[in-house]
Design a binder for this molecule. Structure first.
Ligand code: FES
Length: 155
């Protein structure tokens, strides 16, 4: 499986109109590093990072999402959310057509080594039980990527 994954409408057996990005990632793509708990956009365990283009402005967007509610146009989601999260558990997979989705598997693992965000979180004892740690890591990674994109667009 290449990472980040690209979502194309019609992929997989689970592309029912009511399927959400979370189930696509875990069940169809087999990337089970993304966790879930509430399945209603409250806990943040399912956050991943999405790269796409705003359909109105054409501007490249990088957002940490919890498999989020994309029923609104991207530009409104972007303005509405100060942290630009997308909740996988609420985001219809068919609304993600053409998106590049990064899950926690992309950042690092035991075999290949961990990303600096993962190492810092562990180094400062920020994991607690660890179940929702992938969501916290991806929230920070998304914010970092978004900030990097903003800096690059100003040069
Ligand atoms: Fe809780 Fe998605 S599972 S926000």
């Amino acid at each position: 499986m290449m990472l980040p994954i690209s979502v194309h409408a019609g992929d997989g057996d689970n592309s029912h109109p009511h399927s959400v990005l979370l189930d696509y990632i875990r069940n169809d793509a087999g990337l089970t590093g993304t966790k879930y708990m509430c399945r209603e956009g409250g806990c943040g365990a399912c956050v991943c990072v999405v790269k796409s283009r705003d359909p109105v402005t054409g501007k490249k967007l990088t957002r940490a999402v919890n498999s989020v509610n994309f029923t609104k146009p991207m530009s409104q989601v972007h303005k509405r959310s100060s942290n630009n999260f997308v909740f996988q558990c609420l985001t219809p997979v068919l609304s993600c057509d053409g998106y590049d989705v990064s899950t926690v598997e992309r950042l690092g693992n035991r075999k290949d080594g961990y990303d600096i965000i993962q190492n810092r979180l562990v180094g400062f004892s920020g994991t607690q039980c660890g179940y929702c740690t992938p969501g916290m890591v991806m929230s920070m990674y998304g914010r970092s990527e978004e900030h990097t994109s903003e800096l690059q667009s100003h040069h």
